[in-house]
Design a protein around this ligand. Structure first.
Ligand SMILES: Cc1cc2nc3c(=O)[nH]c(=O)nc-3n(C[C@H](O)[C@H](O)[C@H](O)COP(=O)(O)O)c2cc1C
Length: 377
């Protein structure tokens, strides 16, 4: 079986389809749901997603494929929201347990062998730097999903359609600080904890908006359009932006670009190294430059699950979160004063990678057992 994941328009697909006659084709039929970060694909044991929308078996499909091709519109150095949605729903391809690989923390393989993947990006007048970003990005995706990049191809296409900018926000004037939580995990979101802490340190009124509250990308984009300063809170998903964040960014770009505001970001990732957020920060910067926004810096927090959990808890167990707290406080000062922050990184304090892997792997075993007991009942 050969597997194609694509986001081609109907007209583009008409031209391409003869080349993929007997392939299994994953395309946008309008039913795909975003990953909500519940990790049931991992705790359930088999890598299947709990959402039965036709995209629940991506891990095993990727495994069964002899050939795999991914076609995506080039979007801020990575995939379009649909293709990224499919990848966010594919983490069952690897196991939840961790090990050190390529000198970093990564997930263990569920399946033996290396999955080679061909990536085909469509873009308009992509520069050498744009192409380099995409190459770096897919290399990171393949390291993380324990596959290999077979080839990266760039195809020229017409520029993406952009709508007419809505004039009212500009004339009304932007004001206030918006903290936009792009995680769909609701109360369990580590991003929510970090943004709350940032607000506490800023000690000025700031609105928190969470994409998990069921607001549409257009409503969220309208909130972004009213704010003078926006702090994007973003979890790292498959080495880049989670698909709901891309949908929000696309909506902002379509309707409100050219109406400048200051953008900061607080990003976090589950793996140990905060530097694994670099591609994500590049994507946010590319979006800012595309929209004419003033990128003013970010904080990248590594081992976000540990740091987020500790920040919810008691003060005496906060030591591994020390760096994140110090840097959140510095970022709060920059946001409050509308100053440049630069890109800042917070790894855990006196909490080595081997210990994190040991604790996390024990925890995954416990979660899998609990899930199995739940199924038996
Ligand atoms: C679909 C999915 C993909 C993820 N991909 C990565 C990744 O590529 N690298 C990483 O370090 N963590 C990854 N994580 C872990 C999250 O970044 C981590 O759990 C983070 O703390 C979630 O933040 P939140 O609670 O604010 O959503 C992934 C999690 C999910 C659900």
């Amino acid at each position: 079986m050969n597997l194609l994941i694509h986001d081609l328009t109907a007209a583009e697909w008409e031209l391409a389809k003869d080349d993929y006659k007997d392939w299994t084709v994953i395309s946008d039929n309008g039913t795909i749901r975003p990953c909500i970060g519940c990790f049931c694909c991992w705790t359930g044991g088999k890598g299947e997603c709990v959402f039965r929308d036709g995209y629940e078996n991506m891990g095993s499909l990727i495994h069964e494929a002899d050939e795999m091709v991914v076609m995506s519109r080039y979007t801020y150095g990575g995939f379009s929201s649909f293709v990224k949605n499919v990848f966010d729903r594919s983490i069952g391809y690897v196991l939840p347990e961790f090990e050190t690989a390529y000198g970093e923390m990564h997930h263990k393989k569920r399946y033996a062998g290396d999955r080679p993947v061909t990536f085909r990006f469509r873009g308009s007048a992509l520069t050498k730097a744009d192409k380099e970003k995409a190459r770096n990005y897919v290399a990171a995706v393949c390291r993380n999903l324990r596959g290999t990049v077979k080839e990266v191809i760039f195809d020229e296409c017409a520029p993406a359609k952009t709508g007419t900018a809505v004039p009212s926000p500009r004339s009304a004037g932007r004001s206030g600080i918006l903290l936009a939580d792009c995680s769909l995990r609701g109360k369990r979101s580590n991003t929510a904890v970090f943004l709350e802490k940032l607000r506490e340190y800023m000690d000025v009124p700031a609105q928190i908006l969470s994409l998990s509250d069921g607001i549409s990308p257009d409503e969220a984009a309208a909130a972004v359009s009213r704010a003078g300063t926006v702090v994007l809170g973003v979890p790292l998903y498959v080495d880049g932006l989670p698909s709901p964040a891309i949908r929000l960014m696309e909506a902002v770009k379509e309707k409100y670009s050219g109406d400048p505001c200051r953008i900061y970001a607080v990003v976090n990732n589950g793996l140990y190294e905060s530097r694994q957020n670099d591609n994500l920060l590049e994507m946010i910067k590319a979006w800012c430059s595309d929209c004419g926004f003033i990128y003013s810096g970010a904080l990248a927090i590594g081992a976000g699950e540990v740091v987020g959990t500790l920040m919810r808890g008691q003060k005496h167990v906060l030591w591994p979160a020390r760096n994140a707290l110090i840097r959140l406080s510095a970022l709060a000062k920059a946001v409050k004063g509308s100053e440049e922050n630069g890109d800042d990184y917070a790894d855990t304090f006196l909490f080595p990678r081997w210990l994190y892997i040991l604790i996390a792997n024990t925890n995954w075993q416990r979660l899998k057992k609990t899930a199995a007991r739940g199924k038996q009942r």
